[in-house]
Design a protein around this ligand. Structure first.
Ligand code: ATP
Ligand code: MG
Length: 559
């Protein structure tokens, strides 16, 4: 395991180490419990890396992490989400090793626990309307008012609960509530509802049930049922912990998991909640859950983000008890850091202008060697074909360049990456004043050699042969929002969408790029990191590339 993994330490890992050492637990069992009501996002990656990471680090003692679908609400959940979640967890590099569970498989157990609570006089069927229940909860200053049904006999509640299960009640006509303390200073403890009637079919259990447990009741029971030792959740659940413990205390459970809270991940220029991401998809602001601008794992994947960079990012931000917002530039830094080391270089011209080498014979061509990855000399070089006409980037030429501009201009020299030094001897302009063609001469014997004496050549530019290169659709993605805190925008997050978050150009690319497999990543020299699109790129037929990230942080400059 790498050094960074070894040095990882945080208050949760400390607790786990202590529990192993003291013998409180023989091993550690964690879980990642997504609700299948949307795609996973980078915030979930933090929880995945924590839970699966702890299991991996403690594998020696038999530790494991369960992937559990928290599918207790029949109304919002879909099978499509289940499949995407499994794919995303595996893509990040984690393995549930056969421990894949569905909370909906425990419905009978939840029901038995509810019955046990009623029998102990710790739960009752309440027939108040949802509005009455809400109104009588009181607030932080005033205690709640007990329901008139609170002290009904156990037998009556048992009977009514059975009727609820049998479908004799409509939605909202009756609920089961825990009987705790209507005057508790913690609102969560004021007789929370633990079961309600919902007449909707469930994706797993179909019409078998028409009563469903509330999240706060089901979650501790799911954990206990699976013998989870440490149930790690985000800070919002801190005030729910007394109820978590109450359920474990009073229900017939086979284990006593401990809930520990940590701060959730928030990122600048990003919205994270599934509800808001669903809005972006439904209202057509993006092209689906896996749109490369989305903070979903499938979006990041399609954007070309390596899973290793996400895991590294999660390690770097660490686990604390303090809510805050992480600069998205930190994620981008990890992406660049990884790709700079790992990605091969290729040449592509996004805004092409034609160069003609006037002293290079028509019909002649040759191959030059271009280094694949200067960070990894062992990856060697490739042959790229060169001829009389080529494309270079429009902004690598200036008609009237300042002294510090080292690229092409009238009478100036520049090197073609891996190839000749060329000199500009003239140019043509169209009616609109745009340069249409640059005339150059190549300097023989300069491939792989220093500039001849008296020739100033301080830069190398990328190029694509006009004859041998290919055309490719290139999507230039940028941040989806223009504001650092889209959630805080006055007009809502939709009002601060970046209108330039996607620009599509037809680029010229070196021939090899047309044939790469989908998801192949590389650096387009001097332009940024790109990936062959997972969905639309067809090798040899239709090259499509997505920009993952630029070479440096252009937003830092703008600010
Ligand atoms: P959202 O608020 O985005 O809809 P959620 O918490 O409702 O997310 P779940 O499917 O319930 O989504 O989450 C599964 C797990 O992922 C939970 O344990 C939750 O604590 C964790 N999680 C969700 N969002 C984040 C986040 N931003 N940072 C860290 N962990 C998160
Ligand atoms: Mg949730």
């Amino acid at each position: 395991m790498s050094d960074t993994t070894k040095s990882k330490n945080d208050f949760i890992r400390e607790i786990i180490a202590e529990d192993l050492e003291s013998g409180k637990h023989a091993t550690t069992i964690t879980r990642f419990p997504p609700e299948p009501n949307g795609y996973l996002h980078i915030g979930h990656a933090k929880a995945i890396c924590l839970n699966f990471g702890i299991a991996r680090e403690n594998a020696g003692s038999g530790a494991r992490c369960h992937l559990r679908f928290d599918d207790t609400n029949p109304e919002k959940e879909e099978v499509e989400y289940v499949e995407s979640i499994k794919e995303d967890v595996a893509w990040l590099g984690f393995d549930w090793g056969g421990h894949l569970y569905y909370a909906s498989d425990y419905f009978e157990f939840f029901h038995d626990c509810a019955v046990a609570l009623i029998e102990k006089g710790l739960a009752y069927v309440d027939e108040q309307t949802p509005e009455q229940i809400k109104e009588t909860r009181g607030n932080l200053q005033t205690p709640g008012t007990p329901s008139p049904y609170r002290d009904r006999p156990v037998a009556e509640s048992l009977d009514l609960f059975a009727q609820m299960r049998a479908g004799d009640f409509k939605e909202g006509e009756a609920v089961l509530r825990a009987k705790i303390d209507m005057a508790s200073s913690n609102m969560v403890m004021r007789d929370p509802v633990i079961y309600r009637v919902i007449h909707s079919p469930h994706h797993n259990t179909g019409d078998a049930w028409c009563i469903y447990p509330m999240y706060d009741f089901a979650h501790p029971l799911e954990d206990a049922h699976e013998h989870i030792t440490h149930s790690l959740c985000t800070l919002e659940f801190e005030i729910h912990r007394p109820f978590y413990d109450w359920v474990i205390e009073h229900c017939p459970v086979p284990a006593r998991p401990r809930q520990i809270e940590f701060a959730r991940l928030n990122l600048t220029y990003t919205v994270m909640s599934k509800r808001k991401l669903l809005t972006l998809v439904k209202e057509g602001h993006v092209e689906g859950w896996d749109d490369p601008r989305m903070p979903t794992l499938s979006g990041l994947r399609r954007r070309g983000v390596p899973p290793e960079a996400i895991v590294k990012f999660c390690e770097r931000i660490g686990i604390t008890k303090f809510n805050g917002t992480t600069d998205v530039a930190l994620l981008e830094f990890e992406i660049r850091d990884f790709l700079n080391r790992e990605a091969q270089r290729r040449m592509a011209v996004l805004d092409p202008v034609k160069v003609v080498l006037e002293n290079y014979e028509e019909g002649r061509s040759e191959e030059v060697d271009v280094v694949n990855n200067p960070e990894k000399p062992e990856e060697g070089s490739r042959k790229v074909k060169l001829g009389r006409e080529l494309w270079i980037e429009r902004d690598d030429f200036m008609e009237d360049p300042p002294r510090k501009f080292f690229r092409l201009g009238p009478d100036r020299h520049v090197r073609l990456r891996g190839g000749y030094i060329i000199k500009c001897v003239g140019f043509e302009k169209g009616e609109d004043g745009e340069i249409t063609e640059i005339r150059c001469e190549y300097l023989p014997d300069t491939v792989g050699r220093d500039a001849p004496e008296g020739v100033q050549c301080k830069a190398a530019i990328h190029w694509v042969s006009a004859e041998f290169g290919a055309e490719a659709e290139v999507r230039l993605y940028d941040r989806l929002f223009t504001e650092e805190d889209p959630d805080g925008a006055e007009g809502g997050f939709v009002s601060v969408l970046n209108p330039e978050s996607k620009q599509t150009v037809m680029a010229r690319v070196e021939p090899s790029l047309a044939g790469v497999e989908p998801e192949w990543r590389c650096q387009f020299e001097r332009l940024g990191y790109f990936v062959a699109d997972r969905r639309d790129h067809v090798p040899g037929e239709r090259p499509v590339f997505n920009r993952t990230v630029g070479l440096r942080d252009s937003w830092a400059k703008k600010k």
